[in-house]
Design a protein around this ligand. Structure first.
Ligand SMILES: O=C(O)C1=C[C@@H](OP(=O)(O)O)[C@@H](O)[C@H](O)C1
Ligand SMILES: C=C(OP(=O)(O)O)C(=O)O
Length: 439
């Protein structure tokens, strides 16, 4: 499928307000918590994309009962058991890594695989610390790649303090889920604070878990046998800040635009992109802040900003903005001066090598962008021109290029844009609702 951004009339002003779909990260976790808690969980505002559907299907294979009340609400209850067949995480790193943790904690023999992109992404980052905990996981390519098999073991927990090497919420979450059934308290130390949705939702469902953050690292302790403390809840998922980011980017970049995104998640570990844009001088404001289901949320207004400044980002700025960095590269093409993104090597291990992908495609549109081994430099402001561009099957690259298309002269044709369904199936119609010309 192609996505065509028609800017030949140069009239792509965006105006209006809407709600973006539910947060993908939180939806994965809500499904998992619903599936392991006693009783029934109701999830409202669940993310509609293919990644969360992959988690739902894996949980169904494990015995979960999932009833779709309507497009946005599901009921889930279950007692999980050994699956009869292989679990397919499809394109979703979060599904594969969180389930590897959960299933090794539950001691269920199971095999997880993914699509051709996911089966190239590193799994040793999860498998190695699970082995340290005393779990048994075997996987392809010397325990580094999917498919991976969880093998039940009668050993109790080996180590009770695990230090993760990479700042990754997926790794941390896998370990927390693996620890739920342990007879000992387990502490996980991450080198930098990463998104804390798992900690929050575990607490919301009744788990005894504590965290102590300092300027260097983050220690999370989960107490023994917490699985028996989890009770089904009614959980309300906020809108996805990582999806809203694209519309915010469009609002800032496209002349005379103003957009308001309502009920968007504002978890402090996810709003790096908003903080970065504010530092760059973009006009962004937040209203109606509140907390529901343990997650902060509010309305975000973004206004066209004529003068945006460059920024220099280092390792410490990366985790809370990781998924928004390809889009930030697009925004940096319109900022004054050279923007530097460093300490972001993790971008190379996503659905595509996002450093290489965004550099290659934005260059086709006339951007002054260069690759670093752990990031990018982008010099602006540079007028962009419409081009035929590729997505590498990566939803974030596809949507970032669509926003570039909105400010480029002429037509931008985005090939293989169906991957947008991974996280934001209504992306095109939402852009159209705001007044953009996207076919
Ligand atoms: O835990 C999560 O839901 C996610 C964590 C991040 O990945 P890493 O854990 O690999 O940093 C992020 O990039 C991904 O989109 C979702
Ligand atoms: C990296 C992403 O997701 P995952 O790791 O779950 O595939 C993403 O959505 O940008």
């Amino acid at each position: 499928m192609y996505l065509i951004i028609d800017n030949t009339q140069n009239n792509n002003k965006l105006h209006g307000e809407l709600e973006v779909p539910g947060d993908k990260s939180i939806s994965h976790r809500a499904c998992i918590l619903g599936a392991i808690s006693k009783g029934t969980t109701i999830i409202k505002g669940i993310a509609p994309g293919r990644d969360v559907n992959a988690t739902k299907k894996c949980l169904e294979r494990l015995g979960a009962n999932i009833r779709n009340e309507n497009k946005k609400t599901i009921f889930i209850s279950s007692t999980l058991s050994e699956p009869e067949n292989i679990l397919d995480a499809e394109n979703s790193g979060t599904t594969a890594r969180l389930l590897l943790g959960l299933l090794s904690g539950l001691n269920l023999f199971s095999c997880i695989t993914g699509d051709s992109s996911l089966n190239k992404r590193p799994m040793d980052r999860v498998i190695n610390p699970l082995l340290e905990l005393g779990k048994v996981v075997k996987s392809r390519n010397n325990n580094t790649l999917l498919p991976a098999t969880v093998i039940p073991t009668s050993y109790d927990t080996k180590k009770t303090h695990i230090f993760t090497k990479i700042a990754s919420a997926q790794v941390k979450s896998a370990l927390l889920l693996a620890s739920l059934n342990s007879t000992k308290n387990i502490t996980i130390t991450e080198p930098q604070i990463t998104r804390d949705h798992t900690e929050r939702i575990l607490k919301f469902f009744g788990c005894n878990i504590s965290s102590a953050k300092n300027s260097i690292c983050n220690n999370i302790t989960i107490y023994s046998k917490q699985i028996s403390n989890l009770y089904g809840q009614t959980f309300d998922v906020p809108g996805d800040i990582s999806s809203a980011a694209f519309l915010i980017g469009a609002g800032i970049l496209v002349p005379n635009s103003q957009v308001r995104l309502n009920n968007v998640g504002l978890n402090p570990t996810r709003i790096g992109f908003l903080n970065i844009l504010t530092k760059m001088g973009a006009e962004i404001s937040i209203t109606n802040k509140q907390v529901m289901s343990g997650e902060p949320r509010g309305n975000i207004t973004a206004k066209y900003t004529q003068n945006i400044n460059n920024i220099k980002l280092k390792k410490e700025d990366i985790p809370d903005a990781i998924d928004e960095l390809p889009l930030l590269a697009v925004i940096a093409t319109q900022a004054h001066g050279t923007t530097e993104i460093t300490g972001a090597k993790e971008l190379r291990f996503k659905e595509s090598d996002r450093i290489q992908a965004i550099k290659t495609e934005l260059k086709k549109m006339g951007a002054k962008i260069e690759e670093l081994y752990d990031g990018l430099t982008v010099t602006g402001p540079t007028p962009l021109k419409g081009a035929e561009v590729n997505t590498y099957g990566d939803h974030r690259i596809a949507m970032a290029l669509a926003i570039a298309g909105l400010i480029a002269t002429g037509r931008t044709v985005i090939h293989s844009a169906d991957c947008i369904d991974i996280s934001y199936p209504s992306f095109q119609t939402d852009l159209q609702k705001l007044g953009a010309s996207v076919e």
